[in-house]
Design a protein around this ligand. Structure first.
Ligand code: RFL
Ligand code: PHB
Length: 394
């Protein structure tokens, strides 16, 4: 089979938020990229995931020139509610940190980045098969892939592995060169998307004896609800009625009574995991976003961490091309990992504090109750939560 050859400065694997945002930031810096994505654009847009953006992520969307719709349609939230033992506690982000978060679905953010990329004429190859990063330990890395039965070779200066947790980038690195850190949680989240107004103006994170629940939203007319479920639960076993009954049982009474239900337009189960790969650089291959680390969704950090990795990486590449400096590239991994581990810590803490651990009893359960009681009463504890939730600086 003949091979078609091409060349670019930065070859990006994955057209999720990390890959698309990196491509846009690089474009604004005058650096060329090609993105290789194994799925179709429609498939990528069909995945229902994150909903909460830190201010830092919003600023990056501005820097990428993609924030107009986000500013028009995003909902700014000044705080959140914590429901503990049937009682609501409000954490005021603005008052405690001077910052807010923005509710804007990952689907919408991805669509905005895709549109901007198409408008500037940058290349994305969708449905690229068998993408393989090779020779990244030398000066001439390449990306091999197949498209419509034709084999391609893309020569690049650098490769950015933005291909998510199941991607090929991380697994292409020799085992001896990479360290993996992981914690798997003994439960999942069952999520429902529904075209009904949200039950509350702000998100409600709920700790209840029956398990964690979260009331979130995508807009004034579309809600996203989650309940903690068992790892062996199957979506087919959860009718909409069973889901809403379970959600109501975990919410404070007035909230449960106010809940507007309707047919689910999406329903899925996500397992919860904490995971970090170190380092984030292997010669001329960089990992960013879920390819490098996973957080349980409880702290709403996954997409935001992908954004901060991409910020550090884009700056490093800009310094390389514009200032002929390798300092940013050399420092990328350590700089990004410092922020990653703090978000890992916060996401692990939120998860451990708010969920019911099936095997937990006696001492552990009492400690968890004390932690919740402290959080409900303590100004300092609420400020620490707020500071981490709105996002640590980068
Ligand atoms: P993605 O989004 O997984 O994109 C990776 C892309 O790479 C492609 N790919 C490949 N392409 C070519 N060749 C290969 N071999 C490839 N392998 C994979 C994939 O098709 C895909 O298009 O990773 P990225 O860009 O790093 O973005 C990360 C975020 O998607 C993720 O962290 C968040 O969705 C996590 N998350 C949340 N994050 C937040 O910041 N706030 C939230 O409120 C929030 N809620 C959530 C979440 C994740 C959830 N799930 C389902 C895991 C809620 C849920 C339920
Ligand atoms: C969501 O709206 O999907 C969402 C919000 C907050 C989280 C996790 C998910 O912590």
């Amino acid at each position: 089979m003949s091979t078609q050859a091409g060349r670019t400065q930065v070859g990006i694997i994955g057209a999720g938020p990390a890959g698309l945002l990196l491509g846009q930031l690089l474009h604004r810096m005058g650096i060329e990229s090609v993105i290789l994505e194994q799925r179709s654009a429609e498939y990528v847009l069909g995945r229902i995931r994150a909903g909460v953006l830190e201010q830092g992520s919003v600023h990056l969307m501005e820097q990428a020139g993609c924030a107009d719709r986000l500013h028009r349609e995003g909902l700014i939230h000044d705080g959140t509610l914590l429901s503990i033992g049937g009682e609501n506690h409000r954490i005021d982000f603005r008052q405690r940190t001077g910052k807010t978060v923005t509710i804007y679905g990952q689907t919408e953010l991805t669509r905005d980045l895709m549109d901007a990329r198409a408008a500037c004429g940058a290349r994305t190859v969708y449905e690229a098969e068998d993408v393989q990063p090779v020779d990244f330990d030398g000066d001439h890395p390449r990306l091999l892939y197949r498209k419509d039965g034709v084999q391609h070779e893309l020569r690049c200066d650098f490769i950015a592995g933005c291909d998510g947790y199941h991607g090929i980038s991380r697994t292409s690195v020799p085992q001896a060169a990479i360290q993996l850190f992981e914690r798997v949680y003994p439960f999942g989240w069952l999520g429902v998307l529904v075209d009904r107004p949200p039950v509350s103006e702000e998100l409600i994170y709920t700790h209840h004896e029956r398990g964690f629940a979260l009331c979130s939203m995508r807009s004034h007319s579309r809600s996203r609800y989650y309940v903690q479920c068992r790892l062996d639960d199957r979506v087919e076993d959860w009718s909409d009625d069973r889901f809403y009954d379970e959600l109501r049982r975990r919410l404070p009474r007035e909230t449960a009574e106010a809940l507007q239900t309707g047919p689910s337009i999406e329903k899925s189960i996500a397992p919860l995991r904490s995971f970090v790969a170190e380092p984030l650089r292997f010669g001329r291959l960089f990992l960013a976003g879920d390819a490098a680390h996973i957080v349980p969704p409880t702290g709403a950090k996954g997409l935001n961490l992908a954004a901060s990795d991409v910020f550090y990486l884009a700056e490093a590449l800009r310094d390389y091309y514009q200032e002929k400096s390798k300092a940013g590239i050399d420092g990328y991994s350590a700089r990004a990992l410092r922020r990653v581990w703090k978000a890992e810590r916060f996401s692990w803490w939120m998860t451990a504090t708010l969920h019911i651990f099936p095997e937990s009893a006696g001492f552990d359960r009492r400690i968890q109750r004390a932690e919740l009681d402290y959080l409900a009463q303590s100004d300092a504890a609420q400020t620490a939560l707020a500071e981490n939730y709105v996002g640590l600086p980068f």
